[in-house]
Design a protein around this ligand. Structure first.
Ligand code: 13P
Length: 250
């Protein structure tokens, strides 16, 4: 049985004050979440604050990116060992905003994935197609290419200690959610692709859906057999709504 996982991706949002009130509220109610592991991925500069607020709770935390390099002369980058210093458990890798706005290639994403695992962080690898790719019938090819970059560099066994998030780019921040069936189809594709190489890993792998998950659509998305939880953007910034989404996990 795969445990459900719901991860909040705060993106470039938050302030010392708003983080405190969001997490205070969320912590008071986390007992209501029975069926999911929960994590929040915050901007780097707030990891110290988040680690203090969440220490000793069941809520895990992580970062939204990692350098592909070890510590050294890389101005503006943040190394994996630094994330470990703040007791991060997860790190989001290859989010479509990193790929599309900052030009991260499949190869760079794979190097970041490897770096995360080398310091024992759990990478949450994001994959997903653009609208024009979906319309051109390219969804499966795109997702396969993104996964193959990881498998080619690190081997399929590396996926055992990772989480995959399917995030169709056209559904992110647009209010346009993939239908549960559309999401399920891609999740099945991902799982079967990995199963062809390593059935045991495919069976255990948590595959999250992300893209306009809200309190009012989480139940039907999470009801699909291959959707093991969600990667939540905008709705993770509201304590009540994020809690409702976490409660929707099977
Ligand atoms: P939204 O939930 O705001 O659509 O963002 C999804 C996402 O990109 C999570 O990583």
């Amino acid at each position: 049985m795969r445990q459900s996982l719901v991860v909040g991706n705060w993106k470039m949002n938050g302030s010392i004050q708003s983080n405190q009130s969001l997490l205070d509220n969320f912590k008071q109610n986390i007992k209501k979440v029975q069926n999911a592991q929960v994590s929040v991925c915050a901007p780097f500069v707030y990891l110290q604050q988040i680690s203090e607020l969440l220490k000793g709770t069941v809520i895990a935390w992580g970062a939204q990116d990692i350098s592909n390099q070890k510590p050294g002369a890389f101005t503006g980058e943040v190394a994996g060992s630094m994330l470990v210093d703040f007791n991060c458990q997860y790190v989001i890798i290859g989010h479509s905003e990193r790929r599309n706005l900052y030009g991260e290639s499949d190869e760079l994403v794979a190097e970041k994935f490897a770096m995360a695992q080398s310091v024992k962080l759990i990478p949450i690898l994001c994959v997903g197609e653009l609208l024009e790719q979906r319309e051109a019938g390219e969804t499966e090819n795109v997702v396969k290419r993104q996964l193959d970059a990881i498998i080619n560099l690190q081997g399929v066994a590396s996926l055992a200690n990772s989480v995959i998030a399917y995030e169709p780019v056209w559904a992110i921040g647009t209010g346009k959610t993939a239908t549960p069936q559309q999401a399920q189809n891609v999740h099945t594709f991902i799982r079967s692709l990995i199963a062809k190489k390593e059935a045991g890993i495919a069976k255990q792998l948590q595959i999250l859906y992300g893209g306009s998950v809200k309190a009012n659509n989480a139940v039907e998305l999470f009801a699909m057999p291959d959707i093991d939880g969600g990667l939540i953007g905008g709705a993770s910034l509201k304590a009540d709504e994020f809690l409702t989404i976490c409660q929707a996990a099977r």
